[in-house]
Ligand binder design. Structure first.
Ligand code: S3P
Length: 447
């Protein structure tokens, strides 16, 4: 479905965005491991999270839906045989986390996905799960994956890439198989799995390694700070860890809210997002907004279901560019497409590096962003692992492509509001992957 978008001048108001996709996937998938019911409030009605819900239903979970919650009742035994095919749709989180659960259970399943998901790398989960003793068959390390669940071995793993999906797949494999798993992260990634195990279960400890003062050998009067280990976090799941069940209330998704916060930033006006997730492993975008010249106010801070949340008001200012590299790139990984759009309206040149992972998301996001930025007249350099974007003036409306990727469609819908003349996006049906009411919310804050 093609959409025309016209430039607008006045923005403002208060919205809430759908529930956090990462938390929702986990809440749904945990029903396969729980002893009792899982009650989920604010479960988002998007295609990705529906893939996780359908998957658990196929595996035997009973789903009852009412106006304000869904109730998931775990089966006595997973309902599968050799022939059971689970379609994970476009959702990498469903495929990778579910692979961990199945690998450690006594089920046999084939995990499949759409064309985009079938191109995404699965070696990152196949290798460590196989090292735990899992039986997984895949052609060329891509979906479909045939997984024959079995009792897995205790496992210690230093993450070779920064990925919350891989970390979570291994923790869920440990839970499914009552096997201990220790993970060390050199780069900290989102920690919703760890928090949820703590919230509705038990048996996980997380150690954040902080630099310690040490005395300088040469001059004992001096002290320097040194990391006592060469990793930043250690997560230990015990063989006795369990998921009991209970209620999970999901806060609004900061990665979806980012598109509306970007509208506030570029327009220099004020937009408020209510009940937005503020998990510290996800809030790098707020720090980034402050650093480029926006004012951010946070009220009503509270923690529910182990996840911090609050009401966040963003008022845009004169935007300046800011380099994004290393751990900060990881912390902003889902927000880079909209950051690239904001950079086009900022003063100076924005450099984004260490973002090679973006080439293997729902689309090659580095290429998609570059081509769309060039369509609106921005000078943009495409690097193997990043982008160089020159802030521009008088950028023109353009015919954008979504590349079948929800975040690309949403990012360039934001851009279209600030261009000279109308723009089109070739297929906006892809926003249903994470935020089906995206254009309703956009209209709500557009005067
Ligand atoms: C996610 C982790 C990230 C993120 C994705 C959701 C998760 O992926 O980009 O949108 O829910 O764990 P990676 O683990 O591949 O970095």
């Amino acid at each position: 479905m093609k959409k025309e978008i016209y430039p607008k001048k006045k923005f403002g108001g208060k919205i809430s965005v759908p529930g956090d996709k990462s938390i929702a996937h986990r809440a749904a998938l945990f029903s396969l491991l729980a002893r009792d019911k899982i009650i989920i409030k604010n479960f988002p009605n998007n295609q990705d999270c529906q893939s996780s819900l359908k998957a658990v239903e196929t595996l035997g979970v009973t789903i009852e839906e009412s106006a304000d919650k869904i109730i998931l009742t775990p089966p006595d035994k997973l309902n599968v045989d050799d022939e059971t095919i689970i379609d994970c749709g476009n959702s990498g989180t469903t495929a990778r986390l579910l692979a961990g659960i199945i690998a450690g259970s006594d089920a046999k399943v084939i995990l499949a996905g759409d064309e985009s998901l079938s191109r995404r790398p699965m070696k990152r989960i196949i290798d460590p799960l196989t090292a735990m003793g899992a039986e997984i068959y895949a052609e060329d390390n891509h979906l479909p994956l045939k997984i024959i669940g079995k009792k897995l071995l205790p496992f210690e793993y230093r993450m070779p890439i920064a990925s919350a999906q891989v970390k979570s797949a291994l923790l869920l494999a440990g839970l499914a198989s009552s096997t201990s798993v220790t993970i060390q992260e050199e780069v900290i990634t989102r920690d919703h799995t760890e928090r949820m195990i703590n919230e509705i279960g038990s048996g996980i400890t997380v150690d954040e390694i902080k630099p310690l003062p040490i005395v300088d050998d040469i001059d004992p009067r001096k002290k320097k700070m040194k990391m006592p280990a060469d990793f930043k976090k250690e997560i230990k799941l015990s063989a006795q860890a369990k998921i009991i069940g209970g209620e999970i209330d999901i806060p609004g998704d900061i990665s979806t809210a980012a598109f509306f916060m970007a509208i506030a930033a570029i327009s220099k006006q004020k937009i408020t997002i209510e009940n937005m997730g503020l998990n510290p492993t996800r809030t790098a975008f707020i720090n980034y907004l402050k650093a480029i010249g926006c004012t951010v106010e946070i009220t009503d801070k509270q923690t529910i279901s182990g996840e911090p949340r609050g009401t966040v008001s963003i008022t845009g200012g004169k935007l300046k560019s800011k380099k994004i590299v290393k751990d900060n790139t990881v912390a902003l990984i889902d927000e880079i497409p909209v950051i690239a759009v904001m950079s086009a309206f900022a003063e100076g040149t924005t450099i984004i590096r260490d973002a090679g992972e973006l080439r293997i998301k729902e689309s090659d996001r580095l290429t998609a962003v570059t081509e769309n930025l060039e369509r609106m007249g921005v000078k943009c350099g495409l690097l193997e692992d990043g982008l160089v974007i020159e802030g521009g003036k008088d950028l023109n409306g353009a015919d954008f492509k979504s590349y079948g990727d929800h975040r690309i469609a949403m990012a360039f819908s934001v851009a279209a509001l600030f261009l000279v003349g109308p723009s089109t996006i070739d297929d906006v049906s892809v926003v249903d992957i994470s935020c089906p009411n995206f254009y309703v919310l956009m209209d709500k804050i557009t005067k």
